[in-house]
Structures are given as structure tokens and as C-alpha cells.
Write a protein that binds this ligand. Structure first.
Ligand SMILES: Cc1cc2nc3c(=O)[nH]c(=O)nc-3n(C[C@H](O)[C@H](O)[C@H](O)COP(=O)(O)O)c2cc1C
Length: 343
């Protein structure tokens, strides 16, 4: 049997009815409906993001892009799910007064999506209950799967034992975009979370700095049920990243990826729960922030950069996985192994 004809069998592939335990996370400003549908169509599972001021009309359009991208049915999951994509919410934005994000949760549920993903909020149980109440009102056995992203063993235990979520995403400190600055590296966090879980725990996914098949294999070997690839999917044609952002990513090395509140301060998207910051490519916005530039000046330079599309000040969220570096290391490794075959 060819390698691509083989399928994986993990708690995640069983839960979602998919063949490859690869998940596209909801990435604000980066993962829209088209990419989410494409990832599911290819055998993984795609989430689109519902955040940062999207209107209900914009959001419905993203959902329809996802539906269109799903029209390659034979590769799709075995469980005959009607709409096999997920939608992710930044939970604190659901709680922000006058936020449009709150309107987007019932819309997604009415569209019968397969899963929701919640991250970064103090009141996650309230939103989990919201989804369960919706399912109960429908009363047709439909169960929207609930994914929750966590950063510590304690959070994982609460999510599994108290909230009874369907899937837990363990996010290491290497992750691109927002995350807990206090999280452990994935190689430490994942085994600790797995060891703390009961045998019948929900699937545990690994997130942070993963960029290739060797990484997927390594987290599966540790006991994860699947892997989340964020930064890696930013390179896809249908990610919502601009060409400029992609170009910056291509030439970046892992060391350029730093955690900071610089970009949120500059763009005015503050209000994250304590301890959460964002990982992206170091640039002049970070330098100015670290040198103590006044917030007004930081923001006005940022607005100027938006006008001029100055990537040295704009945001390029990115984890520690660098594509060029990965290829470099992999190629050297294979060439060295090949060399040793000849005496
Ligand atoms: C551009 C970008 C936007 C992100 N937006 C979100 C988001 O809206 N909600 C969320 O839960 N996680 C978000 N994340 C984090 C991802 O869920 C995931 O944990 C992370 O991408 C994994 O690390 P990696 O980028 O190194 O693969 C984002 C990540 C990136 C790169």
C-alpha cells in the first residue's frame, strides 16, 4: 500500500472522521473559510476565525467560501458530517461590550458547523454552555464538538474534568500569534498534560512551532492525537496573509520570532487576559516598544506604516518554525545519512 493510501488512527481522527491528524487553527486575519474548507477536503480539519470586527455579512461570506471549498466529497470524512469545518473564537472578545463577535457565534451554530474552538477568556464555561444549550434546543442529537486551547496542565485538567470538552489543544510557548507567555515549551508541556490525563481523556493536540511531517510524527509518538499547524499554513495561497507578510515569513529565521505586546499596543487591540501576548517577527515596532517610545508615537508610526505597507512596522505573527531553516536542516541531515552509506 502506498504511504498516502494509509490512514492514521488516533482519538482525533476517530472524533472527526478524518484521515490525517492535522488541524488548521482559527487564525484571526489569516485563516478564512476557503483555507479551512481546503484543509478539511485534503483530509485534515480546518477552523476559520471569527474575530476582530468582522460583520455578520463578512462572516457568512467566509462560511460560504468554506462550503464551496469543501466540494470534493470523496476525500472528506467518513462520518457524513454536513459541514465539516470549525470556527474559532477569542473568548474575551465575546465578552467585550459592543463587540460584533458575539453575533457570530449563533450564526456559526445555525450553519451546523462540526466544531467550535475557544481560547483566551476568563469565562469559557459560559461559552461552552452557550453551545451546549444551542444543541439541546435543536434536540436532534447534533453535538457541536468543543475544542479548547490551554497553556498549562491545570487548565487542561479543568477543561477535561469540569468542562468535559471534546478536544484539548496544548499550546506551547513556541506558538505563533497570541498565546500565554508563561506556557512551557511544547516538548515539556505535552508530556505533562498527557501524564495528568485519565485514560479516557479527550484527544490532546499539540500546537507550537510544528512545521513538517517529522514534527507531526514526533508529537504523535509522545501521545498526542494530532498536531496544529498555524504558521505553516500561512504560506498557503488561500491564507489571508498578504504577499508582503508571506515574503517576510520566507526569509525569517526562527530567532526572529519573539513574544511581545508591541504590536497589540501599536494597533490598539488591547484587552487580552493577563499573561497573554503575541509571537511575531521582530521589527521596528518591537524595537521602539522595548525602547519605551510613548504609545501615541508608536500608534501613529503604525498607522503610517499601514498606509505605506511598511512591513518593517506591520504585524507578521509567526511561531518558531522557519521553513527555510527546516529545509536546510532536513536536507543536510539526509545528505549526511546518505554519505554514510558509502564506505
Ligand atoms: C497569524 C496567527 C493568528 C492566530 N490567531 C489565533 C486566534 O484567532 N485564535 C486562537 O485560538 N489562536 C490563534 N493563533 C494561534 C494558533 O491557534 C496556534 O496555537 C499556533 O498557530 C500554533 O503555533 P504555530 O504557529 O507555531 O504553528 C494564531 C496564530 C497565528 C500564526
Amino acid at each position: 500500500m502506498s504511504r498516502s493510501a494509509k490512514v492514521f488512527n488516533t482519538k482525533l481522527t476517530q472524533l472527526l472522521g478524518i484521515r490525517t491528524p492535522v488541524v488548521l487553527p482559527p487564525m484571526a486575519g489569516a485563516a478564512g473559510g476557503k483555507l479551512a474548507g481546503q484543509v478539511t477536503s485534503a483530509g485534515g480539519f480546518g477552523f476559520l476565525s471569527a474575530s476582530y470586527g468582522a460583520t455578520p455579512a463578512d462572516f457568512k461570506q467566509q462560511l460560504s467560501f468554506a462550503r464551496s471549498a469543501l466540494q470534493t466529497p470523496d476525500s472528506i470524512n467518513s462520518t457524513a458530517v454536513e459541514f465539516p469545518v470549525g470556527v474559532g473564537y477569542l473568548a474575551w472578545q465575546l465578552e467585550t461590550p459592543k463587540s460584533t463577535v458575539l453575533e457570530l457565534l449563533p450564526i456559526a451554530l445555525e450553519h451546523n458547523i462540526q466544531a467550535v474552538w475557544f481560547a483566551f477568556g476568563e469565562n469559557l464555561p459560559q461559552w461552552i454552555q452557550f453551545v451546549r444549550d444551542h444543541d439541546r434546543r435543536l434536540g436532534n442529537d447534533k453535538k457541536t464538538l468543543i475544542f479548547v486551547q490551554i497553556s498549562t496542565v491545570k487548565e487542561a485538567l479543568v477543561a477535561a474534568n469540569e468542562w468535559k470538552v471534546d478536544c484539548i489543544v496544548a499550546q506551547g510557548v513556541e506558538s505563533g500569534g497570541h498565546g500565554a507567555g508563561y506556557a512551557l515549551p511544547l516538548q515539556n508541556l505535552l508530556p505533562l498534560v498527557l501524564a495528568a490525563m485519565p485514560a479516557d481523556s479527550p484527544p490532546i493536540l499539540a500546537a507550537g512551532g510544528l512545521a513538517n511531517g517529522a514534527h507531526l510524527a514526533s508529537v504523535l509518538t509522545l501521545g498526542a492525537a494530532g498536531a496544529v499547524f498555524g504558521t505553516r499554513f500561512l504560506f498557503a495561497n488561500d491564507s489571508l496573509y498578504s504577499d508582503l507578510q508571506r515574503k517576510a515569513l520566507v526569509s525569517a529565521t526562527s530567532e526572529m520570532s519573539v513574544r511581545s505586546m508591541a504590536w497589540d499596543s501599536a494597533r490598539g487591540t488591547l484587552g487580552w487576559p493577563a499573561g497573554v501576548d503575541g509571537r511575531g517577527l521582530r521589527n521596528s515596532t518591537v524595537e521602539d516598544f522595548e525602547n519605551g517610545l510613548a504609545i501615541e508615537a508608536l500608534q501613529s508610526k503604525f498607522q503610517e506604516a499601514v498606509k505605506n505597507q511598511d512591513i518593517d512596522r506591520l504585524i507578521v505573527w509567526a511561531g518558531t518554525g522557519s521553513i527555510v531553516e527546516e529545509l536546510h536542516i532536513e536536507a543536510i541531515e539526509h545528505l549526511e545519512t546518505a554519505k554514510s552509506l558509502v564506505m
